[in-house]
Design a protein around this ligand. Structure first.
Ligand SMILES: C[S@@+](CC[C@H](N)C(=O)[O-])C[C@H]1O[C@@H](n2cnc3c(N)ncnc32)[C@H](O)[C@@H]1O
Length: 262
C-alpha cells in the first residue's frame, strides 16, 4: 500500500501543475477567475445560513444513516450524530461561498444538486439565485429530514428536495425540468456513477449549462471520471480547482483544460 494517501499525492501533483490567473489567456475563463474565484464574499452575506450550520454542529441527535456513497456498505444502516455529519459532509464556508458566487455569475433558472446532506450548501445555492428553482436529491431519509427542517427554518421557497437514490430519482427529476442550467454533483464519488449522472444531465443541458463536480481527485476512480469528462465530445472548457472541477459546454470556446490553484 502506498505510504501517501491518494488525495494527498493528487494534491501535490495539483500544486506542481496548477497555474494562476496569469496563465489564463481565455477572456471567458479570465472573467470567471476575476468575478468568481478571486472575488471575496462580504463577511456576513450568508450569516443566517452559517448560524444554521453552527446549530447543526451542536446538534447531538443520533440518526440512522443509510450510506449510498462510494466505498460504503450500501444499504446498511448505522448510527451517527447530526453534529458529526455537519463536521464531515458539508462544504466548508469558503467553498460554499465560491459556489454561491458561481451561481450568481451564471444566473441559472434551474439548479440541480446531487447530494443534499443537511442542506447547508443547498441554502447557499438557493439564496444566491432567489428566482431559480433548486432541485436537490438525497438518498438517506434521516439526513433528508434534517435538511427539510433547515429549509423550513430558512423559509426558502425555491428549494425542491427529493429523497431517493440518484439512480432512481435523477431521471424522474430531470423529466420535470425543461432545461438544466447549473448542476452540482456532490455525492456517490465513484467513476461509473459519476459518468452516468453526467450523461443523464447532459440530456437537459444546453450551451450555457455549468457543471461543477466535487472531489474530482478523491480517488483513482474519480480522477478517471474527471479525465473522461474532460475528453467528452460535448465538453469544451474545464477548470480543475482540485476540490472542484468546473465544466462548460460552450461551443464558441476553444477546447481548453485549465488547472488553477485556488
Ligand atoms: C458530501 S454529501 C453532500 C454535501 C452537500 N452537498 C453540502 O455541501 O452540504 C453527499 C450526500 O450524497 C448522498 N448520496 C451519496 N450517494 C448517493 C446516491 N447514490 N443516491 C442518493 N444519495 C446519495 C449521501 O447520503 C450524502 O448525504
Amino acid at each position: 500500500m502506498p505510504l501517501i494517501p491518494y488525495p494527498v499525492r493528487a494534491y501535490l501533483k495539483h500544486l506542481r501543475h496548477g497555474g494562476n490567473r496569469h496563465d489564463v489567456h481565455s477572456p471567458f475563463v479570465f472573467a470567471l477567475v476575476e468575478n468568481v474565484l478571486r472575488k471575496r464574499t462580504p463577511p456576513h452575506a450568508f450569516a443566517e445560513i452559517e448560524a444554521q450550520r453552527l446549530a447543526l454542529l451542536k446538534d447531538n441527535r443520533i440518526i440512522t444513516v443509510t450510506d449510498f456513497g462510494a466505498g460504503s456498505r450500501q444499504g446498511s444502516g448505522f448510527q451517527r450524530s447530526v453534529s458529526s455529519i455537519a463536521r464531515t459532509a458539508l462544504k466548508p464556508k469558503r467553498q460554499a461561498e465560491m459556489l454561491a458566487r458561481l451561481v450568481d455569475y451564471s444566473a441559472p433558472n434551474t439548479i440541480l444538486e446531487l447530494g443534499t446532506s443537511l442542506g447547508i450548501t443547498t441554502l447557499y445555492l438557493a439564496r444566491s439565485a432567489a428566482s431559480a428553482q433548486v432541485h436537490t436529491i438525497e438518498g438517506c431519509t434521516a439526513i433528508g429530514s434534517i435538511a427539510q427542517e433547515n429549509f423550513t427554518t430558512a423559509g426558502t421557497q425555491n428549494i425542491h428536495p427529493h429523497v431517493g437514490r440518484f439512480e432512481d430519482q435523477l431521471d424522474v427529476v430531470l423529466a420535470t425540468l425543461g432545461r438544466l442550467d447549473f448542476a452540482f454533483i456532490d455525492g456517490h464519488h465513484a467513476k461509473e456513477p459519476t459518468l452516468s449522472y453526467f450523461d443523464q444531465c447532459l440530456a437537459k443541458a444546453h450551451n450555457d449549462t455549468v457543471f461543477i463536480f466535487d472531489d474530482i481527485h478523491w480517488s483513482q476512480g474519480m480522477d478517471d471520471a474527471w479525465s473522461a469528462i474532460k475528453a467528452h465530445p460535448k465538453v469544451t472548457v474545464t477548470i480543475d480547482l482540485f476540490n472542484f472541477g468546473i465544466v462548460f459546454l460552450r461551443k464558441e470556446q476553444q477546447r481548453e483544460h485549465f488547472v488553477l490553484r485556488y
